[in-house]
Write a protein that binds this ligand. Structure first.
Ligand code: FAQ
Length: 320
């Protein structure tokens, strides 16, 4: 690194340490830019792949009201994807490049969306647990050092909070329903609990990016800290629902002031993120097909934008 670059980097570190925001045109270390592109694009991919498991139930929602709520939620996730792709684009990567990386399997998206949604109760469990975990992870990102990401997160978190509540309400209705409905809610909790804990990423000791991302104020809390907060928040909610968290080692630890919980099956996590989860192939195929089927829409939008630009240029020439 040249002395000029060293100086720039020291100033950058000091600026970030003062809780100031980095904006797209500011100088930033290459590795900071690269980490943000990686994290924000993976996050964007998660939002749009995340539409698929719930999209699966729109046509089978048990009432018109539930259908409308689910439709709105799934649309919100598309919006989150858009804000996030736009935030990543400010770092110099194109949307085409990001989508290409997703479609070729080069880019990751959240492990959680590679599990199937088998019953209506899964709509409750996804909202309650998956959106609950997403909020826990994303509220601190509202204070991340990169301005466009932090600002996108403010709106995302407000919407995620509505998503979490609608999921909890689905679970509550089922848990207070017939014994069959309660059993369906319990079964969904059994299947979604452990994958939800995996969403926070590997244990801190096995997380290659955490230390640097925390120094740069991108991540404000470690994977394990956020996972613990999620467990502490969710156990009383499960009690309120009258459901049992599928972990025989789960117990309140008076000394720590937190719940202790069992060992996560990391082998399963790594298997899923390598592309071998129950639905990886199906999810990727659905995204590629949606992209190909949408080509005409992108072409039409581009043609329209070009026409508008030409019209504007024409009007300016005539006015001059
Ligand atoms: N799945 O060193 P770390 C949502 C990868 S919420 C897949 O700890 P980092 C809302 C990680 O990328 C879900 N891969 O990495 C919604 C890295 O691999 P790489 C999305 C994972 O980045 C709800 C490697 O493991 N939320 O979409 C996962 O410091 C309902 C080592 O890990 C976000 O993306 C995982 N779970 O920390 C939508 C939040 N965990 O890149 C629809 C923003 C780790 O070197 C319906 N992201 N990996 O190849 C983050 O906060 C961070 O990126 C973490 C990972 C915490 C996910």
């Amino acid at each position: 690194m040249s002395p000029v670059e060293m100086n720039l980097e020291a100033r950058f570190d000091a600026y970030v340490a003062e809780e100031k925001k980095i904006e797209p045109k500011d100088w930033m270390p290459d590795a900071y830019r690269k980490t943000l592109i990686r994290q924000i694009s993976q996050h964007a991919h998660s939002e749009i792949v995340g539409m698929l498991p719930e999209g699966n139930w729109i046509s089978r929602a048990p009432s018109l009201k539930r259908k409308a709520i689910l439709l709105a939620k799934v649309q919100d996730e598309a919006g989150h994807g858009l804000y996030l792709y736009s935030a990543a684009e400010t770092l110099g990567v194109t949307r085409d490049q990001m989508l290409d990386d997703l479609h070729t399997g080069k880019a990751k998206y959240s492990s959680i969306f590679n599990y199937p949604t088998l019953t209506w109760a899964d709509m409750g469990a996804v909202g309650w647990l998956v959106d609950g975990a997403a909020i826990m992870n994303q509220v601190p990102l509202c204070k991340c050092s990169y301005g466009p990401y932090a600002r996108a997160m403010v709106r995302v978190c407000k919407e995620e909070s509505f998503h979490q509540r609608q999921g909890f309400q689905v679970m509550l209705n089922l848990a207070q329903g017939t014994p069959e409905q309660k059993a369906m809610a319990q079964d969904a909790l059994n299947r979604w609990w452990w994958p939800s804990l995996m969403m926070f990423g590997p244990n801190d000791s096995d997380s290659p990016h955490s230390a640097q991302s925390m120094k740069w104020n991108i991540k404000r809390f470690s994977n394990d800290e956020l996972r613990q907060r999620f467990v502490d928040m969710t156990v009383p909610q499960a009690e309120l629902l009258g459901l049992t968290i599928p972990d025989p080692d789960l117990r309140w630890n008076e000394e720590r002031g937190h719940y202790d919980f069992g060992e996560i099956q990391w082998e399963e996590f790594y298997n899923v993120i390598k592309g071998n989860g129950p639905c990886n192939k199906e999810r990727l195929a659905a995204r590629v097909k949606a992209h190909e089927d949408g080509a005409w829409g992108r072409e039409a939008a581009n043609a329209y934008a070009q026409k508008q630009q030409a019209k504007k240029a024409n009007a300016t020439t005539h006015a001059a």
